[in-house]
Design a protein around this ligand. Sequence first.
Ligand code: NAP
Ligand code: ZN
Length: 352
Amino acid sequence: MNNAKAYSAASATSRLASTTITRREPTETDVQIEILFCGICHSDLHQVRNEWSGVMPTVYPCVPGHEIVGRVTKVGSAVSKFKPGDLAAVGCLVDSDGTCPACKAGLEQFCPGMTLTYNFPDKHLSGVTYGGYSDSIVVTERFVLRVPTNLDLAGTAPLLCAGITTYSPMRHWGVTKGKKVGVVGLGGLGHMGVKFAHALGAHVVVFTTSLSKKDDALRLGADEVVLSRNADEMQKHAGSFDFILDAVAADHDINAYINLLGIDSNITQVGAPEKPLAVSVFGLLMGRRSLSGSLIGGIAETQEMLDFCGQHNITADVEVIPIQKVNEAYERMVKSDVKYRFSIDMASLKSE
Ligand code: NAP
Ligand code: ZN
């Protein structure tokens, strides 16, 4: 067993604070990683504040973080793909049964025996798994990703959740050249969605509530930007989209976007607001439209996404912060004041 420095929340109303946690000694199939950067996902905030209590109640203390990039420090004797000194990344998953139909299909995120990176029963140690707001982590090799060497590491960390969560549904729903694609909410996920849709050749329209993000949306790869609170601007796009990705973290009117879909087209919900969204079925009946969800992505697809980012030089636009600013970052995230992902420089943990 090894001690690791970390930041944890003691309750749904506590600030995150410095702590010491235990990591397991690597088994023969494990990779031990020194964490260099960890992105801050809105899911971290939802879970720290127990906003998903109905689906995944938070167990405290909670060490969040599932956008992890670092350097390998030790490997078990059976590890073949990594050696000490290599760059490595870990996302939202750290284990699965490896044998069920979902795992065989490369959809480990839907395995009934999967383990999430934090707030999930830990198979090795008692209690729950602890995430990436920490200086180290130990993960079985099958869930460790290779990092393209040409990418900035602070901007690579968010690819492990915001990246795969937007890449996967776009690939699944056939986003490609000639398609009109909407991205709702220009936050961490949304801005990655814009980059991917643009790189895949689609005509990209961003829907934002923040006037101040308009120019950024165009710079990130959008062809058009719509202020979603302006009904006239919205109406101009009625019935015209092939695909819309909804990445909004709070309650909002999803029907306004369903009405923008063309015949047989799809809106995928990746945002996970605390409260259920009200859906008017008439919007779905008209045009045989569909509404679906998507959860991160499997391990092979996450590697494919990282390689795609390496080839296209895609990283998240990040504001790098020391871990001591994490509580302030959460407050700003609630106000949609993030351009466009916080990435924690874990060197800042050394002074704790
Ligand atoms: P984020 O960076 O906070 O971005 C969310 C964006 O939603 C904001 O920047 C804002 O964009 C928009 N927004 C916020 N409040 C709004 C409101 N009241 N009405 C309309 N728009 C609003 O969050 P994130 O990290 O991208 O995560 C987004 C959501 O996805 C969260 O719920 C998170 O838990 C979820 N998530 C899901 C998965 C999955 O696998 N499905 C994975 C990761 C995260 P504008 O300023 O442009 O309006
Ligand atoms: Zn996430």
